[in-house]
Design a protein around this ligand. Structure first.
Ligand code: ZN
Length: 858
């Protein structure tokens, strides 16, 4: 193959070798070969005169020998490449088959995924002006109507360029048929290695011939079919793929109404859509447009008069005027679809070894079928509730995001940001100036005023972006805990204005606050038998190893059981319990529960503050919800699932989501936590999250530092739902507007559970009830403040309390046989309690209220 290296070498030998080589596998047209031969004979003598003949002959023999052996070797691998070439069918050259589709959990198609390329509008060749067809043929492939898919003349040139550039360059001289195949069959050509490029080139040539042959055999006009698909496929710059979109983008008209000059402008683009973009670089395009017209004239497609008229037409002025009319009607995806795309992309990269570009291309252009876990009715309920203004605090503010780019009259370009605007007003107006405004109009006044200070009369504003995000915000995730399927997710309130915008449920990391007490502290402590729900703890005299400031003087409810500490969300006892299990153990459990943002270091998150959810990076709503879904699922954690299966357009499975489940808590631990967290909702810090139906709810509230982040994760026997509420930037939520977290969570969950059958949390067999002393945690004696508590059989206290007199006779009631009796007793007691107890302030998460004593025996 080295014979092609030197341009100066007589062309006879390479041509002959070349022809033998390709004749074997290609049906070169007789006409083409004849033409080549004529050229060979005419050029050879001239070359011979220029170079020494004998030297030439020696070189020739050497090269023939080398080339022949090379070709023998190559022929074998060549056949392999041909055998491995993709199938050519009529459909596969069509550009419209590449959008991907997403289905919901019921199998309904819910989203078409396509890039700008997928927004092509197909045009029949009959509706594409002949001038357009001829213009593209003239400039891209002048022998298009003569060759049979490959152009030997152009191929030799291409090979020579490729070899002389050490395979760095390979393009140029591809026929329109080859280019079509490159765009629609070999869709990964952007990512190929040099070897892959050679292989692809050879397959491309082979297929180009096969394609035209098969079209002809099926009675179609191969040139019309190829040209139609080509013009519907090709990139015309400015995000315009296909001739119809291009005609609309640049001229605001249908393709069939294009004039000759307009056709020439468009035909000038595809070779390099950014360089010859007529909007951005009219001069460059104009040069090539003239070449197009020159070629059209010399190839006999247009008359000299039309040529002159076209050149005199000031077509670029029309293009500039059209600029603002370009429509961007790209569909905005839901938050669920956004995250689904992220997940599929991630899995294609980690499981299939795709690069990010390849994964993106596969998702938008390769016709994937993505079977998602979305429950469309649930997703719709969430979107509906999050769009209702009445579910959010009155007097909604807006948070300003703004940027400005200005070309100063001295030629420099200056960018202005929201931070600079804020700083300006902090220095000149008010040191506390922030970017929250009562309305977009109010914000605009400040923008205008700032602009009048920074933009001078002769400056040019190049770009300005203004976004108003309603505040405060919220996000929510709903998971079916049985299988870990995310059935609905919403990343913010207000109209979603773009795809892949900030999804607060997955992209915002917030302090989980007291919601972390369960997975980091009480869960592990119960699981390891360090405490029971009945273990009494004293909230006094706790020392903090890592120096967390706690107002122990204020919160001094004295001794309470672990259950009470959970219900009241007591901070001091949580710290005591994590000290007992060690922060390292707590951290280990959290890691198993899927938290990805924790920092494994005793100086950071492997510390006591883990108990209170004060962590380095915060957690996102999705991961927090998945953690609670594990508790709801009997202690088995399942990594959140957004899809079950991804196939190609022929149904071959590309990705399969095999549920990764692992038991983190014992089923007994999970049930005990659930039971205690039912109390949180029925009488503790979570009373604002009770549902309309009798379906039980368990959950835990959380408040991050300084009331900036409100959290709640709650679950029923059906679904687990986590919600966050707060401002995007760390602004405190005022007392009176915090209730919207209840409104949103309950309105979504009430609608999700409407019509579902009553169901209870399933109690494992090894959970039994015992009556214990509220102060000592031992089995209740006669004079004790007695409460009923659930235990794992193995952790029931063995001794009876004797501290509280009188103690005539200990009456433990622990046998499982008496369970039913106990249950009834307990029910009665609960009723009594409910009547006696006043409801604590649901906003108060940190144990700052007086929790009613279970009994007042003393
Ligand atoms: Zn006692």
């Amino acid at each position: 193959m080295r014979v092609f290296v030197s341009e100066a070498f007589p062309k006879r030998i390479p041509r002959i070798l070349y022809r033998r080589f390709f004749e074997k596998i290609m049906d070169l047209s007789k006409k083409g070969i004849r033409k080549e031969r004529v050229q060979l004979e005419s050029t050879a003598p001239r070359m011979g005169k220029r170079f020494g003949v004998s030297l030439l002959r020696v070189l020739m023999y050497l090269l023939i020998a080398t080339a022949t052996s090379g070709i023998c070797l190559a022929a074998g691998s060549y056949q392999g490449m041909i055998d491995n070439a993709p199938d050519i069918t009529d459909a596969s050259i069509s550009p419209l088959g590449y959008a991907s589709f997403v289905y919901d959990s019921s199998g309904n198609q819910i989203q078409k995924l396509s890039s700008v390329e997928g927004n092509r509008v197909s045009m029949d060749i009959k509706n594409i002006p002949e001038n357009m067809q001829h213009a593209i043929v003239a400039i891209e492939d002048s022998r298009f109507y003569d060759h049979n898919g490959v152009d030997p003349h152009g191929m030799i040139r291409a090979f020579a360029v490729m070899l002389s550039s050490n395979f760095a360059e390979s393009e140029g001289a591809s026929t329109i048929t080859q280019q079509l195949l490159k765009n629609n069959v070999f869709t990964e050509w952007m990512y190929e290695s040099r070897i892959q490029r050679i292989k692809r080139k050879i397959q491309e040539q082979y297929l180009a011939v096969q394609l035209e042959k098969s079209l002809k055999d099926s009675g179609q006009n191969p040139k019309d079919v190829v040209l139609e698909n080509y013009l519907n496929t090709v990139n015309f710059g400015s995000g315009a793929y296909g001739i119809q979109t291009a005609a609309q983008t640049y001229f605001g008209k249908d393709a069939k109404a294009l004039t000759l000059s307009e056709c020439a402008v468009l035909a000038a683009i595809p070779q390099n859509p950014s360089k010859f973009n007529p909007k951005l670089y009219p001069e460059k395009n104009a040069q090539r447009m003239k070449t197009v017209l020159d070629y059209m004239l010399t190839q006999g497609y247009i008359s000299p008069e039309s040529y002159k008229d076209a050149l005199n037409d000031n077509v670029y002025a029309r293009i500039q005027e059209k600029e603002s009319a370009v429509v961007n009607d790209t569909e905005v995806y839901s938050y669920f679809i956004d995250e689904l795309i992220n997940q599929v992309k991630h899995d294609l990269m980690t499981q299939k070894g795709y690069t990010e570009d390849q994964a993106t291309n596969a998702i938008y252009n390769s016709g994937l079928r993505i079977y998602s876990t979305e429950d469309s009715s649930i997703q719709k309920i969430m979107e509906d509730e999050f769009s209702k203004a009445e579910n959010f605090p009155a007097g909604t503010e807006v948070n300003l995001d703004w940027a400005l780019t200005v070309d100063k009259k001295d030629g420099t370009r200056v960018n202005y940001s929201r931070e600079m605007l804020q700083q300006y007003y902090q220095e000149n107006l008010n040191p506390d100036f922030n970017l929250y405004f009562g309305s977009p109009d109010e914000a605009q006044l400040y923008i205008n005023d700032y602009k009048s200070h920074v933009v001078e009369p002769d400056d040019t504003v190049v770009a300005e972006r203004t976004d108003f995000t309603p505040q405060p915000q919220a996000c929510m995730t709903v998971i079916d805990q049985k299988n870990g399927h995310v059935v609905g997710i919403i990343g913010g309130r207000g109209k979603k204005t773009g795809s892949l915008t900030l999804n607060r449920a997955t992209g915002a990391y917030r302090q989980p606050g007291s919601t972390f007490k369960i997975p980091s502290t009480y869960g592990p402590a119960l699981d390891q038998g360090v405490v029971t729900l009945g273990t009494p703890e004293n909230s006094k005299d706790t020392t903090y190893k890592d120096g967390i400031e706690q107002g122990t003087g204020e919160l001094d409810p004295g001794t309470m059981t672990v259950r009470e500490a959970i219900v009241q969300s007591n901070n001091v006892i949580a710290i005591k319990v994590i000290q007992a299990i060690t922060p390292a153990t707590g951290f280990e459990y959290l890691s198993k529960l899927g938290f990805s943002s924790l920092v494994a270091d005793p100086a950071y998150d492997e510390s006591e503050s883990l108990a209170l959810g004060g962590i380095t990076n915060g957690v996102n709503d999705l991961e927090l919800t998945a953690c609670y879904a594990a508790i709801a699922n009997g202690g088995t954690y399942i990594r959140p699932v957004f899809y079950t299966k991804v196939t190609d357009n022929k149904g071959n499975v590309i990705l399969e989501n095999n549920t990764m489940a692992k038991q983190v808590f014992k089923p007994g631990t999970a049930w005990l936590l659930t039971n205690a967290m039912q109390d949180v909702v029925s009488k503790g810090t979570g009373t604002g999250f009770q549902l309309d139906s009798d379906i039980p709810v368990a959950g835990k509230t959380g408040t991050g530092d300084s009331d900036v982040d409100l959290q709640f994760v709650g679950y029923t026997p059906y679904y687990t739902a986590g919600i966050w509420a707060g401002y995007d930037s760390n602004k405190e939520l005022s007392e009176e507007c915090r209730g919207y977290i209840h409104t949103l969570w309950t309105s979504v969950m009430n609608r999700i559970h409407a019509g579902l059958d009553m169901k209870s949390f399933q109690k494992p067999d090894n959970i039994v009830q015992a009556t214990i002393c509220n102060k000592s945690g031992l089995l209740a004696g006669n004079g004790c403040e007695a409460v009923n508590e659930y235990f794992e059989k193995s952790s029931i206290p063995s001794d009876t309390c004797v501290q509280h007199k009188p103690t005539p006779a200990p009456q433990p009631s622990i046998s499982p046989e008496e369970k039913d009796k106990e249950k009834e007793k307990e029910k009665e007691k609960e009723k009594e309690e409910e009547n006696n107890s006043q409801q604590p302030d649901p906003e108060n998460d940190e144990g700052l209220f007086d929790y009613p004593e279970d009994a007042s025996g003393e």
